[in-house]
Design a protein around this ligand. Sequence first.
Ligand SMILES: [Zn+2]
Length: 390
Amino acid sequence: MKNPVRNASSMKLDNMLQIIDRVRRAPVSRADLARATGLTRAAITIIVDRLIREGILSEQAPTPDKPGSKPIRLDLAGGGLYFMGIDISRVRCSVCILDTKGTPVTQTGFPLDRDSDFARVLPQIKDSMRQAIGTLNCPEKLMGIGVSVPGPVDTAAGVTLNPPNFRMLQGQPVLDQLREVWNGAIWIENNAVARTLYEKNLGVARRFANFMVMIVDTGIGSGLVLDGKLYRGTGFAGEAGHTSIDIHGEVCVCGNRGCLELYAAIPALLRRHCADRPDIRSWADLAGLAAAGDEKCLAVIHQEAAYLAHSLVNTANLLDLEAVILTGSITCHPELLLDSLRRQVQESRITGAIHSLEILSSQAKAEDGAACAAMIALEKFLAGETGWNR
Ligand SMILES: [Zn+2]
């Protein structure tokens, strides 16, 4: 043991974070915590009492009709710690602060457009950050800030690379700029990563350890969680939109042929299959008409399911996933698509007879981008990377 002081303090932090994470998933008793973590009851008591004193955990009231019949369960206190999210999309910059339960305590933002200029927008982003931080009674309880952006990002340098159709964010040192407002822990990620972390922590994927989140919108992106952890590969994992579903298909801008995005991204789908229907300009139009019984629209939704199924079966067979979560505009009226997709995937999947693969629609709304970004900071906090309690 080269550095016993550091090791002891690091172990203490790990134990505290482990307890916060367990309670965050579902209220538990002290005895449950001892069983789940392997810590002694005495150690649990010391840590839990401290977290209650700091306003991070609270004790749930006993059941009124049977007082004392069950051990008191611990829950998150809500306001103990805070996480900020900043989502910069092509149409809006949104800023929010969530508490440990994921409840928004403040939200703000402003519209953007394709002609927005980063130098001109930056003061507005900084003002929104100051405004949000200003609403906190204890700004020192802000644990970190997550920033999400479209397109590839150099996460280590905090610099955006070359997001398609978004000139404003070409090669911008976003984090260096934002540190002028807040010099604490801050990270930047692609918005597919942020959406994946949202599903993992607050969304429908909370019960899964191996899943993919697929964003189907103007493009197709995805994020992977394997063995309970975000999978990055060498940094850019999750380009499901650029996996091929047709080796003879057209050449994509990425250099591959027959990429999923060329068929199943919503504008591509409508261009291919609805060019003769000027009344269909969005997925919402298509799904609404299909739900009303329009045969042509039903066929197009079935075709979209076929495109997605082809790709999902490949990924599910390769990684043996438990679940796929669809998010983005395609989750507007998702029932018809999901029915067709589940059927087609189940027919083709190699482990179809062994275990289920759940295909679900995200409950996140388009306006939840900042909450998704805040999950970047929450994940870093739970990994002990925010500097909390050191
Ligand atoms: Zn491609």
